[in-house]
Design a protein around this ligand. Structure first.
Ligand SMILES: Cc1cc2nc3c(=O)[nH]c(=O)nc-3n(C[C@H](O)[C@H](O)[C@H](O)COP(=O)(O)OP(=O)(O)OC[C@H]3O[C@@H](n4cnc5c(N)ncnc54)[C@H](O)[C@@H]3O)c2cc1C
Length: 507
């Protein structure tokens, strides 16, 4: 009998893990149980759905190849019986497992504001807590015909949602208890400049203001003032979904506690993504979820490597504002040299931290030209140029790694949708010859948009390679190119695993 892997949660982490297990160990009996009724989708793209720039279906992740994974949607797991190695669903269905994976993600945190919730804990009338595609539909149904909307929470998600709605003509008030916008990532100078930039786009950030009560059409603040709103959207943080693990007697702190191989205290049960606490941290970001899926696929297929953390770059997906938080961002890094530039009149701010010539953190606001170069230096861990100011002004060239031809095939170009250079090459070879077609085929560029420039460069490079295949073949001698990575999202999305011109694909 083949090994039975049951994954609870059909979010990006669970979906990606199933995809990798099927690619690396075909024949594994994989079942995913997902409480949501939709196929798996990429939550990162929801702000684009709210802005009306993306259809809900465009957020769907690649379908698993026919017959490879059993996906049960609209099914909530109610309990885990560790002794019998079984899970039980709300409908009373019992599923046995050899390996169980918790990929249950997180739920919205509803802050203690009077009137915000009904007695059963659900959001009250006129309130939507935003986490799912279904929540996006609720927002759509409940948006007032005209007037203003309020958002509770001025972190990354709250600001993205606010800007998405201001794009559609609403005036949006963001009520934020923290001292300034995005205070978890930014210091006061950058936070205030960000609020000013958003202010010019019909998003008013009310920072340092605690909400105390919601009355159905008005949010009262602790200082006695109030904000009128036809709809209140709550984006005040998330709480990892740990109840199943806790009830099953597994160790839970902020998340389900796992070791660097993503194992809980029960060797048959693993956890990853937003529900997991690794190295004492819960991430709440998509890039660690993708990477942990890769690590866990290795663990479950007999090629274990430890999870050592993820290098993250967060870009605010707010049209008209360019903000990137790279690595440590504004956090102090012991021993690092720091350069800070600020030009309030032009809404520009840069802070760069360099340790032993390597970029370890940066915040770049209103400096789109420098984002690509600094991100690339951070990713590649190449030495930063000595002229830090030029780098921050976007004038320094980051070096040879900018040539798409020299990038390894598995380089992730689009972090929002986990699209590699090879995924783009595969899509191109299958007929997606323009940037817009590459975007449609792979979803690259449809999230924060930060990868637009590298996608453009890769498209140009692919065209040139395709037009001169002989010259390239002669240059590369008789080197053999590797096969397509079947597990990559774009290649599996089409279900066709044969690549017609493999020389465009790199290791
Ligand atoms: C609007 C929005 C925008 C975001 N933007 C970004 C961004 O720009 N960059 C970034 O890095 N991150 C972003 N995030 C966070 C990112 O989406 C998450 O880090 C990511 O979704 C985590 O994936 P996951 O699979 O671990 O969890 P989830 O996506 O939460 O999926 C978990 C799934 O498990 C299901 N589930 C839970 N319990 C059960 C059960 N008992 N039985 C069955 N199913 C269950 C849930 O219904 C859910 O479908 C955003 C999140 C939101 C909501």
């Amino acid at each position: 009998m083949s090994r039975r892997v049951v994954i609870i949660g059909n979010g990006p982490a669970g979906h990606r893990l199933a995809e990798l297990l099927c690619a690396r160990a075909p024949g594994t009996d994989v079942t995913i149980l997902g409480a949501e009724s939709e196929p798996a989708y990429n939550r990162v793209l929801l702000a684009s759905v709210l802005a009306g720039r993306l259809a809900a279906e465009a957020t769907y992740l690649a379908r698993h190849p026919e017959g490879s994974v059993r996906v049960l949607t609209g099914v909530r797991v109610e309990s885990i019986d560790r002794r019998r190695q079984e899970v039980r669903t709300g409908e009373g269905v019992v599923l046995p497992y050899d390996d169980l994976v918790l990929a249950t993600g997180a739920a919205c945190f509803l802050p203690p504001v009077q009137g915000l919730t009904e007695e059963d804990g659900r959001p009250a009338k006129g309130v939507v807590a935003l986490r799912t595609l279904a929540d996006c539909r609720l927002v759509e149904d409940r948006l007032p015909v005209r007037g203003s909307v309020a958002v509770l929470g001025g972190g990354v998600l709250g600001l993205e949602v606010a800007r998405a709605l201001s794009e559609r003509g609403y005036d949006v008030d963001v009520v934020h208890g923290g001292p300034h916008a995005m205070d978890r990532q930014l210091g006061p100078a950058a936070g205030d400049l960000l609020a000013t930039a958003l202010g010019g786009l019909s998003v008013r950030v009310l920072a340092g203001r605690m909400a105390t009560a919601w009355t159905g059409d008005r949010l009262t603040l602790r200082d006695g003032s109030s904000v009128a709103a036809g709809l209140l959207i709550v984006c005040a943080g998330v709480v990892p979904e740990t109840s199943l693990a806790r009830d099953a007697g597994l160790r839970v702190e902020r998340g389900v506690v796992v070791d660097e191989y993503l194992r809980t205290g029960d060797p048959r049960i693993h956890a990853l993504g937003d529900c997991a606490e690794v190295h004492g941290e819960v991430s709440g970001l998509i890039a660690p979820a993708w990477e942990q899926a890769d690590v866990l696929a290795g663990v479950l297929t007999g090629e274990p490597r430890p999870y050592t953390g993820t290098r993250t770059i967060t870009r605010l997906k707010a049209r008209g504002v360019d903000l990137a938080v790279i690595g440590a961002g504004e956090s102090e890094v012991a021993g690092a040299e720091t350069v800070v530039l600020t030009d309030p009149a032009r809404g520009q701010y840069a802070r760069l931290s360099v340790l032993d010539t390597r970029v370890v953190g940066a915040v770049l606001l209103g400096l789109p030209d420098s984002v690509a170069a600094v991100s690339q230096l951070y990713d590649s861990e190449e030495a930063a140029p000595n002229d830090r100011l030029s780098l921050l002004m976007g004038r320094a060239v980051a070096g040879p790694a900018q040539d798409p031809g020299s990038l390894p095939g598995q380089t992730v170009i689009c972090r929002c949708s986990n699209v590699t250079k090879n995924d783009l090459a595969t899509a191109w070879l299958r007929g997606a010859r323009e940037e817009s077609e590459l975007a449609e085929a792979t979803r690259a560029t449809t999230g924060c948009g930060g990868c637009r420039s590298p996608v453009k460069e890769i498209c140009r490079w692919l065209r040139a390679k395709h037009e001169q295949p002989d010259a390239d073949a002669a240059r590369s001698g008789d080197e053999q190119d590797p096969p397509v990575d079947h597990a990559s999202p774009a290649s599996s999305r089409r279900g066709d695993h044969r690549d017609p011109v493999p020389e465009l694909l790199a290791p």
